[in-house]
Design a protein around this ligand. Structure first.
Ligand code: FDP
Length: 327
């Protein structure tokens, strides 16, 4: 007997109907899924085609080779445009906000189409992360730089692993897997495990002596309790935390021996990295804060590519470091 699993489309259709919502969101999600599949396909054959390297390369046919992150950006913008549902997009790959359907679009989409650049040259996992906010449909438009608290959904594809995780506001975080027909299937609700036996700690250990002293002290006191894992691509590292529990962190860099390399504002981008995983984490029972112990979801972005420090994961662990950060 073949076992048929519920498809993502069927899952979302039921969700929208149950909450009396329109189908516009389904059309937007279809665009994001088409983008991810298309990017995944390119990524899988990228080494062969020579587009995992640097922009400006010329291939053996003498054609310009686009860098994989530029290809991913173009693919995503194409599908968002044809969906007709997007007002503006903010992409890691474009300095400016991208107007799409400013007249009748319904959603703002903030995305990073290929996050985790150090993995690209090796064809190892990268992420396509996105957050979605909704236009104010009644009354005057209220801007597109929204805090994570205002997102209606956020998700990530871990490319090329065929996994997709989506959090829906007040309706949980769900993981799907792609099958041989390229369909995302089998919704599984993700809830951070309370039992700390499998919890993991994930950060770039090479940076640890550049963190604030209080963060270094916290690491010293806690590191032996947890398994340590670091892939170097936020989506992949956070994917593990969602399953096993624990904490991913990218603290502010304030004690670098070369002060020019300090990153007091943190490294990760607020709107399409930190707020995306913070939103997914909250819907899975966890939480996230910045270097001042402020909830990531409360931060009002002032500009599209704003950076932040990030501590995200199981509540007891994040709350513990938040106490230290709040001083
Ligand atoms: P990258 O710079 O390699 O694109 O977006 C930033 C990000 O990747 C995250 O995906 C990842 O978690 C982190 O930075 C890795 O940074 P380090 O190489 O400094 O550890």
């Amino acid at each position: 007997m073949i076992r048929f699993e519920q498809t993502f489309t069927n899952f979302l259709l039921h969700h929208q109907e149950k909450h009396n919502r329109s189908y516009h969101f389904l059309i937007l999600m279809d665009a994001l899924i088409s983008s991810a599949k298309h990017i995944e396909h390119y990524y899988l054959t990228g080494a062969l085609k020579g587009n995992l390297g640097l922009a400006g390369n010329v291939n053996v046919q003498g054609e310009d080779v686009l860098r994989m992150d530029q290809i991913a950006h173009e693919i995503a913008i194409h599908y968002l445009r044809v969906s007709g549902r997007v007002v503006h997009a903010i992409s890691e790959e474009s300095e400016k906000i991208i107007p799409i359907n400013t007249e009748s679009g319904r959603y703002f989409v903030y995305f990073d189409p290929l996050d985790g650049s150090s993995n690209v040259a090796h064809g190892l996992p990268v992420g396509f992360l996105f957050g979605i906010a909704k236009r104010n449909l009644e009354g005057p438009e209220d801007g597109h730089l929204r805090p994570g608290r205002d997102y209606i959904a956020a998700g990530m594809f871990v490319i090329p692993t065929g996994t997709f995780t989506l959090a829906l506001k007040d309706a949980g975080t769900w993981r799907f897997h792609i099958d041989e027909t390229m369909e995302f299937l089998k919704p599984t609700r993700m809830v951070l495990p309370e039992d700390s036996k499998d919890w993991e700690l994930s950060f770039n250990v090479a940076n640890r002596y550049t963190y604030a002293e209080r963060v270094q002290d916290w690491i010293e006191q806690n590191q032996r309790k947890y398994a340590f894992r670091y892939l170097g691509a936020l989506a992949g590292d956070f994917h593990r935390i969602l399953s096993n529990g624990g904490m991913f962190m990218y603290p502010a860099i304030v004690n670098h021996p070369d002060p020019k390399k300090n990153r007091a504002q943190g490294k990760l981008r607020l709107m399409y990295e930190a707020a995306v995983v913070a939103f997914m984490c909250q819907e899975a029972g966890g939480t996230a804060v910045d270097e001042t112990g402020t909830p990531i979801l409360d931060i009002q972005p002032k500009e599209p590519h704003q950076r932040t420090a990030l501590y995200v994961g199981s509540k007891p662990m994040v709350n513990d470091i938040a106490r230290v950060l709040l001083g």
